[in-house]
Ligand binder design. Structure first.
Ligand code: FAD
Ligand code: UDP
Length: 374
């Protein structure tokens, strides 16, 4: 079998690994970039030793034992709990919005009343998506949910997506629910961490097998020859030369700066919902607790994706976009041996663990299934 994987990101790498080790077949993996690892690419700054996440902050988190066990074969982990902040009304507060945030923003008597009401209404330790909480007619709950909407979500979401939170799929804002507890962690998954030697090294280890050949600086557009199986982790509209139109994406511009002081901010990420044009500032040395006199930060500016100008980072969850994707998939399904997978290929807002989980499912159900039925 001649196998080609288009895209050497996490999806492509895990798939190549399974083809090489489980099927014992040879596979060529290509990427148009000059690096492996796709959007989880990171690199060590030679002066400070700080590993910089080139395409936005990446924190691995999962409840999936199988995914954790698989990746743990290829990396050791730095035990990192992500506890970011947001700058709201002149104060640096905890996010996800939780009971601690309430005490940071309101006088203690008011905060206590809100805390009691939230616990009575939802129970301690509940996680409530903002759009759910906004439906609650109770005066106090309505006060706090509207406050969170106004100061934490509205302007951030308009910057990030170009839409109000109520105009995008509710799963997007539900990624950061309101916590009725004092847990400041962004993620509550059982397994969390940062690869001790970086994500790129982890992907390099996943791809390190004699059956796998890697070719970088290679766009599929310019690849010739016959392949029995094409696994495409790029965007499906590009594969079909945009015959039905372009799938929209959100892009980002990264402003990376070296700062001549030990620390710039308290945590790895500070969100700025209402101030400045960027959404957040990431300080990379926090991820692995790297010691250095200097620090490196990245300011993240959301942008519209424009073909041949910038990169695709976020699929935009809207029904009309899904319809366009489905139209392309109908074409794809007619072609034997052509598969679309990954955050771009599936046009889904996948976290890293979901991307790996999808490869496992795809490999078991589609590839091994097809072999059994052949
Ligand atoms: P990608 O990494 O996008 O890889 C696709 C690859 O295909 C790219 O390298 C691209 O160059 C290549 N390609 C495309 N078209 C072609 C072509 N025609 N020819 C050759 N090559 C091609 N997940 C988490 O779990 N935790 C986080 O904290 C987190 N933070 C994130 C922050 C940001 C800003 C972003 C954008 C994503 C974040 N993610 C996070 C999600 C994570 O990045 C993805 O789950 C993961 O990168 C998906 O990997 P992939 O291989 O499917 O896609
Ligand atoms: N969000 C927000 N304010 C915040 C953090 C998140 O409005 O301070 C909303 C915003 O719409 C964002 C979504 O919640 O796109 C998901 O946030 P997450 O931090 O998961 O985004 P990612 O890291 O994937 O860019």
């Amino acid at each position: 079998m001649r196998n080609i994987i288009v895209g050497a990101g996490l999806t492509g790498a895990v798939l190549a690994n399974l083809i090489a080790i489980v099927l014992k077949e040879k596979v060529l993996i290509i990427d148009k970039r000059d690096t492996i690892a796709g959007n989880i690419y990171d690199e060590k700054d030679s002066q400070t030793g700080i590993i910089v996440h080139k395409y936005g902050p990446h924190i691995f988190h999962t409840n999936n034992e199988k995914v954790w066990a698989f990746l743990s074969k290829y990396t050791e982990w730095y035990d990192f709990s992500f506890m970011p902040n947001a700058y709201i009304n002149g104060k640096f507060v905890n996010i996800p919005f939780n009971i601690n945030t309430i005490y940071q923003l309101f006088p203690s008597e008011k905060a206590q009343k809100l805390e009691e009401k939230l616990i009575r209404e939802y129970g301690y330790d509940a996680s409530i998506p903002l759009l759910e909480m906004l439906k609650n007619p109770d005066n106090d709950i309505s006060f706090i949910s509207n406050y969170i909407y106004e100061y934490m979500f509205k302007n951030y979401t308009i910057k990030q997506w170009g839409f109000d939170p109520k105009e995008i799929d509710k799963s997007i804002t539900a990624r950061v629910p309101i916590r009725i507890s004092k847990d400041n962690r962004y993620f509550t998954d059982k397994y969390q961490g940062i690869p001790l030697n970086g994500y790129t090294k982890m992907v390099e280890n996943i791809l390190n097998h004699p059956n796998i050949t890697i070719k970088l600086n290679t766009d599929f557009k310019f690849v010739s020859g016959h392949y029995d199986r094409i696994f495409y982790t790029g965007s499906i509209d590009e594969y079909f030369d945009y015959k039905y139109g372009e799938l929209p994406y959100r892009s980002l511009e990264f402003d990376v700066r070296e700062i001549d002081k030990e620390y710039y901010q308290k945590s790895a990420m500070t969100n700025y919902p209402n101030d400045y044009d960027f959404t957040r500032i990431v300080e990379h040395k926090h991820f692995l607790n790297t010691k250095s006199d200097k620090t490196i930060i990245t300011m993240e500016y959301p942008k519209q994706f424009v073909l041949n100008k910038n990169e695709r980072f976020y699929p935009i969850a809207k029904p009309e976009n899904q319809e366009l994707y489905d139209k392309y998939m109908k074409e794809a399904n007619k072609i034997k041996g052509l598969y679309f997978i990954g955050r771009l290929g599936a046009y889904k807002y996948l976290n890293m663990d979901q991307a790996v989980e999808n490869v496992f499912e795809f490999f078991e159900n589609r590839i091994k299934g097809e072999l059994i039925n052949a």
